[in-house]
Design a protein around this ligand. Structure first.
Ligand SMILES: NC(=O)c1ccc[n+]([C@@H]2O[C@H](COP(=O)([O-])OP(=O)(O)OC[C@H]3O[C@@H](n4cnc5c(N)ncnc54)[C@H](OP(=O)(O)O)[C@@H]3O)[C@@H](O)[C@H]2O)c1
Length: 278
């Protein structure tokens, strides 16, 4: 099985590389090796590669910068995936393209399913939704995997994405990767970002990882605007975030017979494996 991973230098892409290198013939492209904003380069480099599965883990993920760089967001998150889908169609290869819970507006109060209508409220969300549509509009066996990290009050944390690699949602050979269309995948359970952060600190303490604080206080999403100051003029918390963005993994479980582990187990395992010296 030959696999190409685009975005191999990113959080999810690097985790996929770590996981698949042990089992498959994998080639990774980081941004220096393949710039998705250069269509000719995509065609030249990906056309030349031999693969059965192409995984696109690259994206313009800075949610706030997307607000002011709309064209770039749409090019990388929507136009480039279309080109990748066309290449996969022509090579009869499988495309696995990653998307996000940010395609939803966050108005629901129970986990979003694949049938729920996407209604993005940020440029990032709009561009990722356009990417999903572009990929699925191209004939082929394309899989769009929407991921998130579980907490109720949206954000950009990588923890869940890393877990997806380790849980095997994209792993060739699993029935989930034979599926075409949109598939949600997230760790089980739900929490606020405060609970998530607190649990991470509790795990650090339990595993002997040095920490400067032991408690995470509550801050409402609407009050996060004050974080706009103090980051050297960088755009922070400019983009609206969905306040509730839990994804239901029920379809994934139906397809695979497997249930994702809980977010608490995933965070604990991640901290133990990557930070604990014990
Ligand atoms: N992390 C989350 O919380 C989360 C939640 C939901 C969905 N997702 C989705 O999961 C996928 C992976 O995200 P991630 O968390 O791994 O994000 P990430 O760490 O930001 O990785 C994205 C990668 O894409 C690369 N990239 C950006 N612009 C590029 C370009 N023009 N050409 C080629 N590569 C480019 C980045 O390179 P540079 O570092 O050099 O810019 C980075 O290595 C994305 O589709 C994202 O939308 C993530």
């Amino acid at each position: 099985m030959e696999i190409v991973v685009i975005g191999a230098g990113g959080r999810l892409g690097a985790a996929l590389m770590r996981e698949y290198r042990r089992k498959f013939d994998v080639i990774g492209f980081d941004r220096a090796q393949l710039d998705l904003s250069n269509r000719d380069q995509i065609r030249e480099r990906i056309d030349a590669a031999s693969f059965d599965v192409l995984i696109n883990a690259a994206a313009f993920t800075n949610v706030d910068l997307c607000e002011t760089q709309r064209d770039r967001a749409f090019y990388i998150n929507a136009e480039a995936p279309r080109v990748l889908a066309e290449i996969c169609r022509d090579k009869d290869a499988k495309l696995i393209h990653f998307s996000t819970d940010y395609v939803f507006d966050g108005e629901k109060r129970e986990p979003y399913t694949e049938e729920d209508e996407a209604h993005p409220i940020s440029v990032y969300g709009e561009s990722k939704r356009a990417g999903e549509e572009n990929v699925l509009a191209v004939k082929g066996r394309h899989l769009v995997v929407r991921v998130n990290v579980g907490p109720v009050a949206g954000g950009d944390d990588p923890g869940g994405a890393r877990d997806h690699a380790e849980t095997g949602v994209t792993a060739p050979g699993y029935s989930a990767s034979d599926y075409s269309g949109i598939l949600h995948f997230a760790n089980a359970g739900q929490c606020s970002w405060q609970e998530y952060g607190q649990w991470a600190l509790d795990c650090c303490e339990a595993f002997g990882v040095p920490i400067k604080a032991k408690t995470v206080d509550a801050l409402e999403l609407k009050d996060m605007t004050r974080l706009r100051q103090g980051y050297g003029g960088q755009a922070n918390w400019m983009a609206p975030r969905p306040v509730y963005s839990v994804l239901s993994s029920a379809r994934y479980t139906e397809l695979t017979g497997a249930s994702p582990r809980t977010w608490r187990d995933a965070v604990a395992d991640y901290i133990r494996r990557f930070y604990s010296k014990k």
